[in-house]
Each structure stands twice: as C-alpha cells, then as structure tokens.
Write a protein that binds this ligand. Structure first.
Ligand code: LFR
Length: 464
C-alpha cells in the first residue's frame, strides 16, 4: 500500500494541498487542491479571512477522500508573524489583522521605551521588521487593551489551523521565532522580555519542535472530511519549510527562498546576535534541527504580483518576465524601501522612486517589470557581499527555491549581478519541506542529509 503525506501550504497570495509519496526511491508531488489568498481591506484594516481559509483547508482534505488517496499525516505551514488571540471560549478576539496593515506604525518606539533596539536584537537575534509579532502585540496593547485582557491563548496562524483540526493547542518553534520573542540560546520564549513588555506570559506555551505530533482529527472533522489522520508539526513557518528543501548537503549553501518575499541567507549552527549583524539587519530565524536561518527579507515578487494586478491585461508571470527581458531601462530601486511594503499603487511607487532619484521613469509593463527584476538581482548581489563579510565564507552558488525559481529572466539576472552559479528549483520547496518533516517523523528518511539528497534526485532543478 502506498503511503501518502499531505502538505497544506498557505502563502500570502495562495494556498495548496500537495500529496506526496515515495515511488522508486523518489518523492512524488501532486497538487490536489488550490485556492487564492490575500489580505482583505475591511474598513481600512488589512485582514486575513481565517474562516474562509479554514473552509478551504477542509475542502482540500475532502478532495483527498474523493481521490481515494488518504494521507497518513497532514501538516500546515503559512507565512510568519501573524497570530490570533483567543478568549476562554476559543473565539477570536477582534479582527485577524495582517502583517502589512499600518497599525504597527510607531509601535517600534513604544517597544523601545521598554527595551532598546540593541537589547531586543541581542536577546532574540531577529531582524527588525515593523510587522513582527512583538510590534503587533504592542499595537493591540495600545489600541485594544481589552483584547489583551480577555485573551487566554495566542496561536500563530498555522498553530490555529492545527487547533481547529485537532482541538490541541501547540506553538511550533520555527514560526514562533518570527515573532521576535524567542531566545535563540534556550530556543524558547524569553519570558522575561514578554513580561517587561506587558504581554501576558501565560499566552505563550513552551514551543514544540517540527516532527512532533499535534494530535488526530476531531470527530467532527473526521465526519466532515471522511477520514482520520495524524497532524504532525512541519516547520510551520513557510520559509523554514522552503529552506529545508534546499537541494544540497553542502555545509555552506547560499539560498533564496523566492516567493512573495525573497528570503536570502545561509544556515548556521549558532545565532549571531552581534551589533554588526543587527546593523546589517540579518535575522536568525529558527530552522529544522535548530539550524538557524541567517537571512534577510528582500521585498521579492510581491512587487511583481502587485503590479500584475494593476496592469489592464491579465498577463501571466511568464509573459511579464519575457516582456521585461526585452527592455533596456537601467533604473534601479531600493527593494527594501518601506515605500514598497503596501503602497496603494506599486506602479506609482516604483515610478516615484525613479523620479525622486533622477533615473529614467519606467512607463510600459515591460519597463516597470524590468526595473523590478533588475533591482531584485542587484539587491541579491549586495546581500551576498554582506553575508560573505559577516560569515567570512565565500559562496559559489545561489540556490533559488520556491515559485520564483520559475522566473527564468530573474535567474539570469541573478547570475549576472552576483557573478555566481544559480541553481533554480524545486519550485514547490515549501510543500516539499513540509512533507519532508512528515517523512522524517515517519522514518522514511534517516536524517536531513538523506532527505535533501532525495529532494535533489526527485525534482526538476535548472542551472544557470
Ligand atoms: C514568507 C514570509 C517571510 C516572513 C513574511 C511575513 O512568506 O513567511 O519569511 O518574513 O512572510 O510573515
């Protein structure tokens, strides 16, 4: 009997259910269900519709029953930093505000009144992103203290979905680290910090590691979807899952997890919480097996996704890429500028940046996309220099994983700007990383090295 494992991978712009099994020593991957995602503007607040997302999760599970492919285990990963606060009846308190919402404006200063930026970095090793949970919770404390008062639990997004499936509340380690409240030495909550900030300590249950079992489906879910399965913790942070699927066992591999964001970095055995690292704004997010994801967030394909929505014609990403490759415009924007985080119009934001820096202003679809792709590649090249300077190691190859590995033109530019070899794929790295942890937990692979070798042998990888 073939054994199936199911990854439910939900990104900021879409979600998918991916079934996997082992055939002739290779991992297979089959998309059984797909749905869209995005933050809704609810009276001026950017929110996630978690009720709809959970319905989609359930619909995808039903699809497995229809196909007669019943997984032995299921695991959910999502983007980081966002969470729900629950009251004693497990009802969500307030809106589920998404990380691009502007409620965190000024919350950095509120946090620094209690703990300086330097001290916060020393304690957590997490890069400053204004949307980190630490700042979001400050916004709740200031704007809705009643929610903080009434809350009896806090669950990160994937933990919440796991809870709805099983009735069991766990907080998974890799995603918890994105909140900037975990101590990278103990690898658990920094309760002293949490206390200092006036967040309730009892909301933060000790973290659980990828590979641990959450529980089985509740009787209600079993009835609705038509089967029972174990829910296993993957690296519930999508980037942790993607990094796990980087198809190499080299000690020093430089990767870009390319999707809505471009997460560029390396794995390290110890966190670097030095001032130099803070100034360069690198993060030490928790990874599988406590391998720190030493990386930087780069605005990424969000910029392309956003301009795509604004173009009159419904163009595919492949077409946009192709059009960009024919342009010769040389303007470069700073992808990490806050102007690109959630602009009303990304096209206008890119044009304004060019205008304000006295560079040619892109007008056509191809030109706008060309400026974005070139700017991303330039940013990758700058980031490599910083990583090499900090780690003292040279990297000859950039491993691009995730959906963005499909952007052939961007891969060419990455090779050109960085002067390194580029390996592109697997494109479904997040789902593969999620499944890999389930397989490791089930004894399919003996360790991560064996799993990564299998990933490299199982999926399509292009070289530039
Ligand atoms: C990528 C990602 C990044 C995180 C951002 C916000 O999908 O998870 O790693 O910084 O989304 O959560």
């Amino acid at each position: 009997m073939k054994k199936y494992y199911l990854a439910v991978d939900i990104g900021a712009s879409s979600g998918r259910h991916m079934l996997s099994s082992i055939e002739d020593g290779k991992m297979t991957l089959e998309e059984v269900y797909r749905f869209s995602n995005g933050m809704d503007n609810k009276d001026g607040v950017l929110c996630w519709n978690v009720e709809r997302l959970f319905k989609e999760i359930v619909s995808g599970l039903k699809k497995c029953t229809e196909l007669g492919k019943i997984p032995v285990s299921v695991a959910i990963d999502t983007w980081g930093v966002d969470y729900v606060l629950l009251d004693d009846q497990n009802n969500i308190l307030g809106d589920v505000v998404g990380y691009r919402d502007k409620r965190t404006e000024g919350m950095d200063d509120e946090v620094y009144k209690v703990v300086s930026q330097e001290e916060l970095y020393k304690r957590t090793g997490i890069q400053k992103m204004i949307f980190n949970t630490v700042y979001q919770l400050m916004a709740v404390k200031k704007q809705h203290p009643e929610y903080m008062e009434k809350a009896t639990s806090l669950l990160m997004m994937p933990d919440y979905f796991h809870f709805l499936l099983t009735g069991v509340k766990k907080m998974e380690y890799t995603n918890a680290t994105t909140g900037q409240l975990i101590n990278p030495k103990t690898n658990d909550w920094d309760y002293e910090l949490i206390d200092m900030l006036g967040y309730k300590k009892e909301l933060f249950v000790p973290v659980s590691m990828p590979g641990e079992v959450v529980g089985e489906f509740t009787p209600e879910i079993q009835k609705e979807v038509g089967f029972n399965a174990k829910v296993v913790l993957p690296g519930t942070h999508d980037t942790a899952s993607a990094v796990l699927a980087v198809p190499t066992n080299k000690d020093h591999a430089l990767y870009i997890s390319s999707g809505t964001w471009s997460l560029m970095g390396v794995e390290r055995k110890e966190a670097d919480c030095s001032e130099k690292s803070m100034k360069a704004n690198f993060t030490n997010e928790g990874g599988y097996d406590h391998r720190y994801r030493y990386l930087k967030n780069i605005m990424g394909l969000w910029m392309i996704q956003s301009v795509k929505k604004e173009f009159k014609d419904d163009l595919s990403f492949a077409t946009i890429c192709e059009m960009a490759s024919k342009e010769s415009i040389t303007s470069i924007v700073d992808c990490n500028d806050d102007a690109f985080l959630a602009p009303d119009s990304m096209i206008a934001a890119v044009q304004d940046f060019c205008r304000n820096t006295n560079q040619p202003v892109p007008e056509s679809v191809g030109e706008i996309a060309a400026v974005i792709y070139n700017s991303l590649a330039k940013c990758y090249s700058d980031t490599i220099k910083e990583i090499e300077d900090i780690t003292g190691i040279e990297y000859d190859t950039v491993y691009v994983v995730g959906g963005g590995a499909n952007a052939g033109y961007l891969n060419e530019l990455t090779a050109k700007y960085t002067g390194r070899k580029v390996s592109a794929g697997p494109t479904e790295a997040t789902a593969i990383g999620n499944i890999t942890v389930q397989m490791l937990a089930d004894g399919v692979f003996k360790d991560l090295a064996e799993a990564r070798t299998a990933i490299g042998n199982s999926f399509d990888i292009k070289k530039y």
